[in-house]
Design a protein around this ligand. Structure first.
Ligand code: SF4
Ligand code: SF4
Length: 171
C-alpha cells in the first residue's frame, strides 16, 4: 500500500456524506434541471461506464478483486482513503442516482470498498489514476495507454462538474 497522507480531514467523512445529502435534497432538483449540468452529467456517466468496461476487458477488475481478497485493507483501498473525498464528488454520485456506501466492510478497509471492489460510481482522482505495479505488469503498453486516456476523459468531466457545482452552490 502506498504511503498516503490525508489532505482533507477538516470534517469527518460521515459529515461530508451528510452534507452531500443535504445539498442534494436542497438543490438537487435545480442542479439536475440545469441544461449544462444535465449535459455534463450525461457525458460523465458515459465516460465512467466506459472506464469500468475497459477495466473489465483488460482484467483489472478481476485482478483488484483478487488483491483485495488477499491483502488486509483491500490492496490500495485501505481505511482513511475515504477521507480524501469531499462533498462535491459525493454529491455527483447522488446526482447520478447512485448510493453512497456508509457501512465499512472491515476496519482496515476504505469505507466505500465492497465485497467485489469499489462501490462508488463517481470517484476521487486518486482512485481513478492509481495503477500499482501488479496492474502495470498485467497490462501491455497499448492497454495502459488506452486506460490512461480513458481515465483522462472521466477526470476532465469530473473536474468540469466540480467547478460548476462549487460556483452554483457558493452563490
Ligand atoms: S490497484 Fe493494485 S493494489 Fe490496488 S487493488 Fe488493484 S491490484 Fe491491488
Ligand atoms: S473509493 Fe473505492 S477505489 Fe477508492 S480507495 Fe475506496 S474502495 Fe478503493
Amino acid at each position: 500500500m502506498p504511503d498516503f497522507s490525508l489532505y482533507s480531514n477538516e470534517i469527518s467523512i460521515e459529515e461530508k456524506i451528510a452534507l452531500a445529502k443535504y445539498l442534494w435534497e436542497k438543490h438537487g432538483k435545480d442542479l439536475a434541471s440545469d441544461s449544462e449540468i444535465d449535459r455534463l452529467l450525461g457525458l460523465y456517466k458515459k465516460e465512467i461506464s466506459k472506464s469500468y468496461e475497459l477495466m473489465e476487458r483488460f482484467g483489472v477488475v478481476t485482478e483488484c478483486a483478487m488483491c483485495a481478497a488477499e491483502v488486509p485493507g483491500g490492496g490500495c483501498c485501505g481505511a482513511g482513503i475515504e477521507d480524501w473525498y469531499d462533498e462535491f464528488v459525493l454529491l455527483l454520485n447522488l446526482l447520478l442516482e447512485r448510493k453512497i456506501p456508509t457501512e465499512r466492510l472491515g476496519e482496515k478497509d476504505c469505507l466505500f470498498l465492497g465485497p467485489i471492489g469499489c462501490q462508488l460510481f463517481a470517484r476521487h482522482h486518486f482512485c481513478i489514476n492509481y495503477l500499482c505495479s501488479r496492474i502495470n505488469d498485467l497490462l501491455n503498453p497499448a492497454e495502459l495507454s488506452d486506460l490512461r486516456a480513458q481515465s483522462g476523459k472521466e477526470l476532465f468531466l469530473c473536474w468540469q462538474l466540480e467547478q460548476i457545482l462549487r460556483t452554483r452552490l457558493n452563490n
